[in-house]
Ligand binder design. Structure first.
Ligand code: C5P
Length: 252
C-alpha cells in the first residue's frame, strides 16, 4: 500500500466510544470519516430484506458487491434523484452529511434506525465472521481514503484495512462503562434488568468479535491502547489530537 493520504484508525469493542471520538476527530481535522461497522450492519440488513441464510456467504457477498454504495454529500441524496435513478433506487446508500451524520437509504426510504437497532447488531456480528463477506467490503473501505485524510472507525482498521495508518488507537473501556454508554444511546430504562440485558448482549458480541478467526477485534501491535473508562469524550479526543500532532500528522 503506497497511499500517502493520512489515516488515523480508531478501533475498539462495541460501545467503547470510538464512533463519537472518531466523529469528533474527523470534524476537527476536516477529514473524511469511515464508520465501518455501519457497512456490516447494512449487510445484515440486506440479508434480512432478501431473506437469505447467513450460511449463504457467496450470495450475500454478491449482493453486497452490487447493492452497497457509500456517498458523501453535504446535502444528502435528494428524493428526486432517487426517483430518477433506477441504479440509486436499487442500492443501499450510506450517505454522510457535513457533520458526518450518516443515514442509510434503501429504495428511497430512510432505514437508519432499523440498521442501528439491536436485531441488526447481532446479525452484523454474524456476517462479520465471514471471510468472503469481509473481502468484498475491503475495497469499499479503502476507497474512503481520500484527501485531506481519513479517520477510520471499526475493529480491524489498524490491523487489516489500513495497516500503514499513521496513527492507530485502540479504545478500551470496562464492560460496565460500555453498558452504561450503550443504555444511554438506546434510551434504555435505568433498571437492573435492562442493565443485565445490555451487559450480556455486549459481552456476547465482544466474544464473537474478539475471538473470531478472521480480522478479530484486537489492537494492532503498533496501536496505542487508550482506556476511556474515566475520561470524558473531550479528554479522549484531546489525547488523540495530541498523538497526531506528536507524529506530525497534523500541524499545531
Ligand atoms: O461498530 P458497530 O457496533 O456498528 O459494528 C457492528 C458489528 O460489525 C460489530 O459487532 C462487528 O461484528 C462488525 N464489525 C467488524 N469490523 C469492523 C466494524 C464492525 O467486524 N471493522
Amino acid at each position: 500500500m503506497t497511499s500517502r493520504v493520512p489515516v488515523i484508525t480508531i478501533d475498539g469493542l462495541s460501545a467503547s466510544g470510538k464512533g463519537t471520538v472518531a466523529t469528533s476527530v474527523s470534524l476537527k481535522l476536516g477529514w473524511n470519516l469511515l464508520d465501518s461497522g455501519l457497512l456490516y450492519r447494512v449487510v445484515a440488513f440486506l440479508v434480512a430484506e432478501y431473506e437469505l441464510q447467513y450460511e449463504d456467504e457467496k450470495a450475500i457477498a454478491e449482493l453486497v458487491e452490487r447493492k452497497v454504495r457509500i456517498q458523501y454529500s453535504t446535502t444528502g441524496i435528494q428524493a428526486s434523484s432517487l426517483k430518477e435513478s433506477r441504479e440509486l433506487r436499487d442500492s443501499v446508500m450510506v450517505v454522510s452529511d457535513s457533520l458526518h451524520r450518516k443515514t442509510v437509504q434503501w429504495n428511497g426510504e430512510d432505514v437508519t434506525s432499523i440498521v442501528r437497532g439491536n436485531d441488526i447488531s447481532r446479525g452484523a456480528a454474524v456476517v462479520a465472521a465471514s471471510r468472503t463477506i469481509r473481502a468484498v467490503l475491503i475495497p469499499k473501505q479503502r476507497d474512503q481514503r481520500v484527501e485531506p485524510g481519513l479517520v477510520a472507525d471499526g475493529r480491524d482498521m489498524g490491523t487489516v484495512i489500513f495497516p500503514d495508518a499513521q496513527l492507530k488507537i485502540f479504545l478500551q473501556a470496562s464492560l460496565e462503562t460500555r453498558t452504561r454508554r450503550r443504555m444511554a444511546q438506546l434510551g434504555a430504562a435505568d433498571t437492573h434488568a435492562s442493565f443485565r440485558r445490555v451487559f450480556q448482549s455486549l459481552k456476547d458480541r465482544d466474544e464473537r468479535d474478539s475471538l473470531r478467526e478472521v480480522a478479530p477485534a484486537i489492537p494492532a501491535t503498533d496501536a496505542i491502547r487508550l482506556d476511556s473508562s474515566e475520561l470524558s469524550v473531550d479528554e479522549t479526543v484531546a489525547i488523540v489530537m495530541r498523538e497526531a500532532r506528536d507524529r506530525n500528522i497534523i500541524e499545531g
